[in-house]
Ligand binder design. Structure first.
Ligand SMILES: C[S@@+](CC[C@H](N)C(=O)[O-])C[C@H]1O[C@@H](n2cnc3c(N)ncnc32)[C@H](O)[C@@H]1O
Length: 547
């Protein structure tokens, strides 16, 4: 009988003791009563521990880069020294190149930063990229260290791992902090935008400033020193809150997260979304990308024609909220009238009657959402890898349908706000390697990240390999220990092993096909790490139809 590979944290599995503490939960009742299990899961803090064991066991590049594996001592102030242990138990020494990188990083203001740098306002109204005028260090490391919330349950769970995953330090530190306030200036009314930018520069520059990597000066983020976020804005600075509310209602700005802006920025950069384009937003509610697209496609072409956005959502109630969001966006009727709302399951979205396929498709699929845990405190307590495995099939079907509906030369942007490769690279690979429905293969190619649109933006390449885990007791598994640790993660290297262990929900497409993944160039996908630009987590892939 197959034995599962237990998460490496099992030796001091906090899940086990949490489990023991839950006196009324027995193996049988756990199976029989999903509500009780959910309650136990929440009360025990299991989600935090599972999250750490799962991501701590993933290869470099999933939530932590080479720099995180190497610069551990610099990041967490521990005595980890210049070598550390990677997820597979191997020892990573510090290479000469890494030492050079570290020296460069520590060298002072001229070094590039992986933190959330802002532009400085200067009296001429210009912005210089540079070290902050708000009194924070130019390295993400330092600004991270300043504002770690040690009382956050994820931080407490992290301390219980006994430095087992030191490479997660910057990731966890970033997640412990509330998400900074981020704004995007809309495009349609430039003169009002200029006025507001001047107002912000004059009165609120210590609180909110344009980010350094956006040459259009449209993206603003609260400064680390101000620590402004959605929940404390009203109390910290009621006038700024009122200004932001008014400017949102007037259509000058959108409150939008950094990751959420990227699909439309990228589709525009590769010229798939231009004035006059016909764009399908196949999973559209609450509508931030629909509106961002509308601002571009709704402006007139040279011939005077205007584009359209088809905004689709399967849930009628959410579609109503989307309609309402478009109406209260403050955008003029000549733009909002260019949205068509549809209510289909995206995986069977009908082909346009005209036969004319779409120039671009935004495929921002439903997901586990673990990239949004900085703003949604309900996700982590209930976190489990099974959420991702349960979403993969629908995500793949939606992406496959989008690939069928985009025109030759058009681009689909597949995105999730999850950092789990099962929902990300695994879905893209399954679609492009033609595993199902004969879609994919030579008809499509992954596009490179369009560097020029956000110079200096730190994106991480997609990964070619990852580990697959399930949570909970599985049929047919010979438990090597007593019942106290049956709630650990089970990692399986191969699909067949998972099937043998009774993992009924396993699908072959969960596992990496490393040769295939390298062939299609999954590294062209983009991962957004929360620790890099002080944002949420995000994933996107730009897929062009070439035949
Ligand atoms: C991640 S959210 C989209 C966020 C949106 N793109 C935005 O930027 O505001 C995913 C959306 O997909 C919708 N959805 C879930 N399953 C769907 C399906 N089978 N077909 C179409 N939409 C679906 C959900 O109702 C949800 O509104």
């Amino acid at each position: 009988m197959p034995k599962r590979a237990r998460a490496s944290s099992d030796t001091q599995n906090p899940l086990s003791s949490a489990r023991k503490d839950s006196a009324s939960s027995t193996k049988n009742s756990n199976k029989a009563d999903r509500n009780a299990q959910g309650l136990w899961h929440r009360k025990s803090g299991a989600g935090y521990h599972l999250f750490l064991s799962y991501y701590g066991s993933q290869p470099t590049g999933v939530v932590a880069g080479d720099d995180d594996f190497i610069n551990i001592a610099a990041h967490d102030g521990t005595d980890a020294g210049s070598t550390t242990t990677n997820h597979n138990g191997g020892t990573i020494g510090m290479s000469r190149a890494a030492k050079r990188r570290r020296q460069k990083k520590n060298a002072g203001p001229s070094t590039t930063s992986n933190g959330a740098l802002h532009k400085q306002h200067n009296p001429d109204g210009d912005h210089n990229i540079g070290n902050s005028s708000f009194g924070y260090n130019n390295t993400g490391v330092e600004s991270n260290r300043q504002s770690v919330d040690a009382t956050h349950p994820l931080m407490r769970a992290f301390s219980l791992t006994n430095k087992q995953y030191p490479h997660l330090t910057r990731f966890v530190h970033a997640l412990s902090r509330p998400l900074p306030l981020t704004l995007r200036f809309r495009e349609y009314n430039q003169s009002l935008s200029v006025e507001l930018k001047e107002h912000l520069a004059k009165d609120y520059s210590a609180m909110i400033a344009p980010v350094a990597f956006d040459p259009t000066n449209s993206i603003y983020q609260s400064t680390p020193k101000s620590s402004l976020h959605k929940s404390n804005l009203g109390q910290t600075c009621p006038k700024l809150k009122q200004l932001i509310v008014d400017s949102s209602m007037n259509g000058i700005i959108a409150r939008q997260e950094l990751g959420s802006m990227l699909p439309v920025i990228c589709l525009r950069a590769v010229r798939a979304i231009t004035p006059g384009s016909k764009v399908l937003d196949i999973c559209a509610s609450p509508g931030s990308k629909t509106l961002q697209t509308l601002e571009i496609v709704g402006s007139s072409t040279k011939q005077g024609s205007k584009g359209r956005v088809i905004a689709n959502d399967v849930h009628a109630g959410r579609l109503d909220s989307l309609r309402a969001a478009v109406l209260r966006s403050g955008l003029p009727e000549c733009l909002t009238s260019r949205v068509t709302f549809t209510n289909y399951d995206a995986s069977i979205f009908p082909a346009p009657k005209s036969g004319k396929l779409f120039d671009a498709i935004i495929c921002d699929v439903p997901c586990g959402g673990d990239g949004t845990i900085r703003k949604d405190k309900h996700i982590l307590p209930l976190w489990s890898p099974n959420i991702s495995t349960s979403m993969h099939g629908l995500q793949l079907r939606i992406l496959q349908r989008a690939l069928e509906l985009v025109k030759i030369g058009g681009v689909v942007c597949y995105s999730t706000c999850s950092l789990n490769p099962i929902e990300d690279e695994a879905v893209v690979a399954a679609a492009l390697l033609g595993g199902c429905n004969n879609i994919g293969g030579a008809e499509y190619e992954l596009l490179d990240w369009p560097k020029s649109s956000l110079p200096g933006f730190l994106r991480r390449p997609g990964v070619h390999t990852w580990r697959v885990a399930f949570y909970g007791e599985q049929d047919g598994i010979e438990d090597t220990n007593d019942s106290d640790d049956f709630d650990s993660l089970s990692f399986f290297d191969k699909y067949d092993d998972a099937l043998d262990a009774g993992m009924k929900e396993a699908k072959p497409t969960f596992w990496p096909n490393i040769v295939g993944n390298e062939r299609i160039g999954l590294d062209r996908c983009t991962r957004l790490f929360p620790q890099d630009q002080d944002s949420g987590g995000f994933f996107l892939a730009l897929i062009k139809r070439i035949k």
